[in-house]
Design a protein around this ligand. Structure first.
Ligand SMILES: C[S@@+](CC[C@H](N)C(=O)[O-])C[C@H]1O[C@@H](n2cnc3c(N)ncnc32)[C@H](O)[C@@H]1O
Length: 547
């Protein structure tokens, strides 16, 4: 099993609950004032030591308001043992050493300003928005830079994130009340994870009590959450629908016969982006993305590394559960509108456009509106993911066929599953969110042996690719043991799954691959290629016959 190696030298970042804990601050200036405020915000009981004549304005006010217990002295060691935490923030070096030595003797954690060797813990640079706290630590190397990093992070966060977090918190508490019990934990977590993953932060921030009631109603009726979300989505604001595209452009109606349309000479390209890393793009896709497109309309699961190649306007589909139809229609309309203005529109789709990518539907739609799209093949995750995880989907005498299927029908509906065949490898896309049911259905209704080897491959071809393997009847527990899924992922079931697994590897486990060193992982290739090859094209060359 792939166990991460610890890289020493870090500090342990924790979020300490110090409600009603006793915190001592020794000091009179602005650093002491800032520590007092931090401790008060964490609901600690704060005691301040420092001669009155030196107290800065802020501390004087807090003393007058009775927000802190105050002692008009630099130090008094008689009470030290009663504190849970000490901040020593003044310029008297020998006093700092005395306090630190006393604290260590009594095992009271201390932070001494500007004296890292006299600290048991360092302060972080923090940003707070209600329940959201972001802490940046440079492990005392460059605290000024930590501030800048914090500002950088804070300005990149959406304005209402704290509020959104608060709303999710209330939803979680309601959910716990409504659906209590140990057996409900996984169900609740999965449902809430769907919402956190796919809803926009704006929508989360707007969750009011009525909306929460509606959502919970949906939860009771449909534990996947798809339909409940659909029911209360707000209409998209028109400005977001058309964004930078001219809102006055005429979109031909779907009832208009193609012959009556005289579009501008725009072009529509449907393009597969492969499973993840840009090195799995085809040359044609790479050229279309980087050189040809005027507008890229990308699926939500196309990874950031590929999106970073886009040089023109980029829009990302808002396909979260419950909104897929609207997002699809929205993109179709945007594509037509831009093509009618003479632009080259690239619909960028994960994997291959024709494998569960709705590519054919789009071709039919654009045809109906007078455009014959160019379709560029992509490497499908269904084939790439098993290979990248060290699974050969066919193998002589083990698997003579493989089957690719979805485990989820249109709009989250159930679909007919295949009957077991011992010589076939089955690849289930869109399956992990309903893994429990799927495993049960396969074993109880479709004759799959409970001990048949299976693997979940997640984020295949990305730097954080993960493979979880186990016999079919243990895969749900193995996934839970890893803390749940990291979408997108797929499930591979078949005797071929174990063929390349090294003999010393356990039958269940987790790693980037199933133990096999996979020569097609990008890191390995990059190390062996001549440096002159442009980075984005690495995977498209095969100087060493690795592909
Ligand atoms: C709507 S389908 C699109 C499939 C895509 N057209 C293809 O050819 O890969 C989405 C599903 O593909 C699978 N998938 C896509 N990218 C993946 C990846 N990098 N790793 C594992 N599974 C992936 C997951 O099962 C996901 O639920």
């Amino acid at each position: 099993m792939d166990v991460p190696r610890a890289q020493g030298g870090a500090s342990l970042l924790i979020s300490w609950r110090c409600e009603q804990k006793r915190v001592l601050v020794v000091g009179t200036g602005h650093v002491a004032a800032s520590r007092v405020l931090t401790a008060l915000e964490a609901d600690a009981l704060v005691t301040l030591y420092g001669p009155r004549q030196y107290l800065c304005h802020e501390l004087t006010v807090r003393v007058e308001r009775g927000e802190v217990e105050y002692m008009d002295t630099w130090y008094d060691d008689s009470r030290l043992a009663s504190f849970d935490l000490v901040f020593s923030c003044h310029h008297d070096e020998s006093l700092s050493e005395t306090i630190a030595a006393d604290c260590r003797r009594l095992r009271v954690p201390i932070n001494t300003a500007d004296r890292p060797t006299l600290c048991d813990f360092y302060m972080t640079s923090t940003y707070r928005d209600q329940s959201l706290q972001v802490a940046v630590s440079t492990i005392c190397e460059a605290s000024k830079l930590a501030n800048r990093v914090k500002r950088h992070i804070a300005t990149s966060l959406p304005a209402n994130l704290g509020e959104a977090i608060g709303r999710v918190g209330s939803l979680r508490r309601r959910l716990r009340q409504e659906d209590s019990g140990d057996e409900a934990v996984a169900r609740r977590m999965k449902w809430l994870a769907q919402i956190c993953e796919y809803w926009s932060l704006d929508q989360l921030a707007k969750l009011d009590d009525i909306a929460i009631e509606q959502l919970l109603k949906g939860y009771r009726e449909d534990d996947e959450g798809y339909h409940s979300m659909q029911s209360f989505l707000e209409p998209l604001p028109p400005s977001e629908l058309v964004s930078t595209l001219a809102s006055s452009a005429i979109i031909p109606s779907s009832h208009t016969p193609p012959t009556s349309i005289s579009p501008q000479p725009g072009k529509i390209i449907l393009c597969g982006s492969g499973p993840g890393d840009p090195s799995y793009l085809t040359m044609a896709a790479y050229d279309a993305i980087t050189k040809e497109a005027d507008l890229v309309l990308a699926d939500k699961i196309v990874p950031q590394e590929i999106l970073q190649l886009v040089k023109c306007e980029l829009r990302i589909a808002r396909k979260f559960p419950g909104n897929t139809e609207r997002a699809q229609n929205e993109f179709n309309r945007m594509a037509l509108e831009a093509a009618n203005q003479g632009k080259t529109v690239l619909r960028l789709k994960q994997g291959d456009p024709y494998l569960f990518g709705r590519g054919a539907e789009e071709v039919l739609f654009f045809r109906q509106h007078g455009y014959e799209p160019i379709v560029l093949a992509g490497l499908t995750s269904a084939m790439a993911a098993p290979l990248l995880a060290g699974i050969s989907v066919t193998h002589r005498n083990t698997a003579s066929q493989c089957l690719i299927t979805t485990a989820t029908g249109k709009q989250g509906s159930r679909i007919a599953l295949p009957q077991y065949s011992s010589t076939r490898t089955d690849i289930f896309l869109m399956s992990i969110h309903r893994l429990n049911d799927l495993v049960q259905e396969l074993t109880e209704q479709h004759s799959y042996p409970p001990d048949i080897p299976t693997a979940i491959i997640e984020r295949a071809g990305c730097v954080d690719q993960r493979c979880i393997w186990a016999p079919l009847n243990g895969i749900v527990q193995e996934l839970e043991r890893c803390g749940g899924s990291l979408p997108p992922g797929l499930l591979v079931v078949g005797w071929s799954v174990g063929v390349l697994r090294p003999v010393d590897l356990p039958v269940s486990g987790v790693g980037a691959t199933m133990g096999a060193v996979n020569p097609s992982r990008r890191e390995n290739i990059s190390n062996t290629l001549p440096k002159a090859v442009p980075d984005q094209l690495l995977g498209l060359h095969d100087p060493h016959g690795l592909w």
